[in-house]
Design a protein around this ligand. Structure first.
Ligand code: IPD
Length: 277
């Protein structure tokens, strides 16, 4: 009886808090910044250090589990989701913010079994807010239960998005074109905060009505998807079909109406799938 993954989730909470303390301390210190897939795709020693802290602790406790981590993937590890219990980890979401000391930085730990997301833990490092979602058991920020916005009217929508790493002229044209379409459709506003996971936590909290993005990764989506669904929200593909965790694109919203409005309005920006790299 009970929850078979309870111990795993408790460990995820502990590790997210521990990682958050490391990141908070490192935020004000000197950093060594490198680039990955583009000049805007950044990594620091702290990203690698924190991912290693999290994965080594989990491997010791759960030696049969599998791991997908942002920096392990960058270093050449395969990014495939099998039926095995799998941890999906972003050690620092909002690395560009972290580099600039812009205080919107998170640790994200998701967990899937049989390719189904079981729980998600996201820790806002500077505000010490812990977002959690457990399949079938609701979503919380610290002790407070989360509930998405019930807004269905696009003209009352606050929408969140993130820019994504590609900055070539064609990508920028599509990215700005999508913003232009939404503004022409007279939404209330669009915000870019520099962290996909925290933007998705704002959506789960009802602080925004919809989110869309091209160019994010499974480690930006895994934990947040559980949190949003448990807060009553919708997480789908940008085509309007079911979410594909490896597709590097997403629409999330409080209501089906808002999700479908976005699916109709935005043009696809092509990114290589996470499992094709
Ligand atoms: C990135 C950030 C960024 C978003 C990217 C993410 P990282 O995560 O959330 O805002 O545009 O899609 O990959 O690289 O800082 O972990």
């Amino acid at each position: 009886g009970g929850d078979p993954w309870k111990e795993c989730m408790e460990m995820a909470v502990q590790l997210a808090r521990r990682a958050g303390q490391i990141i908070k301390k490192a935020l004000t210190e000197e950093k060594h910044v490198s680039t990955k897939t583009s000049a805007a795709d950044l990594v620091t020693e702290t990203d690698n250090f924190v991912e290693n802290v999290i994965i080594s602790a989990l491997k010791e406790k759960f030696p049969s589990h599998r791991f997908i981590g942002e920096e392990s993937t960058a270093a050449g590890s395969k990014c495939v989701l099998t039926d095995s219990p799998t941890w999906i980890i972003d050690p620092i979401d909002g690395t560009c913010n972290f580099v600039h000391r812009f205080p919107t930085v998170a640790v994200s730990i998701g967990f899937a079994v049989n390719q189904e997301l079981e729980f998600g833990v996201i820790y806002h490092c500077t505000e010490e807010r812990l977002y959690t979602g457990r399949r079938g058991q609701g979503a919380f920020c610290n002790e407070k239960r989360l509930q998405v916005s019930k807004e269905t009217d696009k003209s009352k929508a606050l929408i969140l998005t993130e820019i994504g790493p590609k900055r070539d002229p064609e990508t920028l044209k599509l990215f700005l074109g999508n913003m232009e379409s939404l503004l022409k459709a007279k939404v209330h506003g669009i915000r870019v905060i520099g962290s996909s996971t925290l933007a998705l936590c704002h959506l789960a909290s009802g602080a925004a009505d919809a989110y869309y993005q091209f160019g994010l990764h499974c480690w930006d989506l895994a934990a947040a998807t559980v949190i949003i669904r448990e807060a009553g929200g919708i997480v789908i593909d940008t085509s309007g079909g079911p979410l594909d965790l490896m597709s590097c694109r997403v629409i999330a919203a409080g209501t089906k109406e808002m999700a479908m409005f976005l699916a109709q309005e935005i043009q696809t920006i092509h990114y290589t799938r996470d499992d094709e790299n």
